[in-house]
Ligand binder design. Structure first.
Ligand code: F6P
Length: 343
């Protein structure tokens, strides 16, 4: 069998671990070969590929962040219009099955291909942890570790200067990184996209903390968090070419508003792409490796149109259509757990 593989969307620690696991399992268990397509779906649209062999080089990528195949975002309309071209490239290269590794956008496109009869097994990835039907995605644990380390450090400097510190973490529609890093570091407030915040309430919380004699205030803000419309206006950033809302820096704007309203010194840190770079944690290496092994097994069983998913401690298959119907956002009850530590 000849398997195609690609990594799409934003990169994420653990992608190389999946690639390695697919190549090693395909060759070692089935004597199948693997062809990598470069830069996500673009590699299939433009027939740009690289053979991947089960050698020492592939073995060493386990611990490397990023993706050796490169990745790219593609406009969903352009992708839809290019599905025939993608099928043609797969035929031209004698590809029997495709393993796209990606987030919501990549897996949705994988579903379109599967519907049109292309044998596909998806592998979910994203630091945002917002893919439905899997307990967790690899990349999340690494991003969480990086955010936690950074916030721990902010605590000590904030404490020394009696400051309010806002730290903006990634999370476009889902506040998982914010929720977990806030809980892990004992943040005094966490703001997530799922629950609009009231600026007056935030200011009140800050004021009360200092009135009580507490030394500092740490607030974790997901990049997609937003105020209630009546409490503050956020600058508009428009929509990018991939259909995503452009963020304008919610933490920075909230910080300025807190300073203006209560005259307290605020510092803001935006963690940004640091959260996505570098070597994956052991947890992510293991999960990504298991996903790669199970995706390769599924391909050889012919279980197509599905993606691998973590359920408890087992890796199982779920239909791509089910996994891409909704994003997995933070449920209200999970936010309420964290709220027990606010203030
Ligand atoms: O991959 C998910 C993600 O890291 C989001 O958390 C973030 O909003 C986005 O990607 C950033 O994308 P880009 O790398 O294109 O700036």
């Amino acid at each position: 069998m000849r398997i195609g593989i690609l990594t799409g969307g934003g990169d994420c620690p653990g992608l190389n671990a999946v690639i390695r696991a697919v190549v090693r399992t395909a060759d070692g268990r089935y004597r199948s070969s693997v062809v990598g397509f470069r830069d996500g779906w673009r590699g299939l649209l433009e027939d740009r590929k690289v053979p991947l062999s089960n050698d020492d080089r592939i073995d060493r990528i386990l611990t490397r962040g990023g993706t050796i195949l490169g990745t790219a975002r593609v406009n969903p309309d352009k992708l839809k219009a290019g599905l025939d071209q993608i099928r043609q490239t797969l035929d031209d290269n004698g590809i029997d099955a495709l393993i796209p590794i990606g987030g919501e956008g990549t897996l949705t496109a994988a579903g379109w291909l599967a519907e049109s009869g292309v044998p596909v097994i998806g592998v979910p990835k994203t630091i945002d942890n917002d893919i439905d039907c899997t307990d967790v995605t690899f990349g999340f644990d690494t991003a969480l570790s990086i955010a936690t380390d950074a916030i721990d450090r902010l605590h000590t400097t904030a404490e020394s200067h009696q400051r309010v510190m806002l730290v903006e973490v990634m999370g476009r529609h889902a506040g998982w990184i914010a929720l977990h890093s806030g809980l892990a570091t004992g943040a005094h407030l966490t703001l997530v996209p799922e629950v609009p915040f009231d600026v007056a309430e935030v200011c009140d919380m800050v004021k009360k903390r200092f009135q009580r004699g507490d030394s500092h205030f740490i607030c974790v803000v997901a990049e997609g968090a937003a105020p209630t419309p009546e409490s503050m206006t956020l600058r508009e950033g428009g929509i990018d070419e991939f259909g995503h809302k452009r963020f304008t820096g919610v933490a920075q704007q909230l910080g300025a508003e807190i300073e203006r309203r209560i005259g307290k010194e605020v510092r803001t840190t935006v963690l940004g792409h640091v959260q996505r770079g570098g070597t994956p944690t052991p947890y992510d290496r293991v999960l990504a490796t298991r996903f790669g092994v199970h995706a390769t097994d599924a391909v050889h069983r012919g279980d197509f149109g599905q993606m691998v998913a973590l359920h408890g401690t087992s890796i199982e298959l779920v239909a791509l259509t089910d996994a891409t119907r909704h994003l997995k956002t933070v449920p209200r009850e999970r936010y309420d757990e964290a709220a027990a530590f606010f203030g």
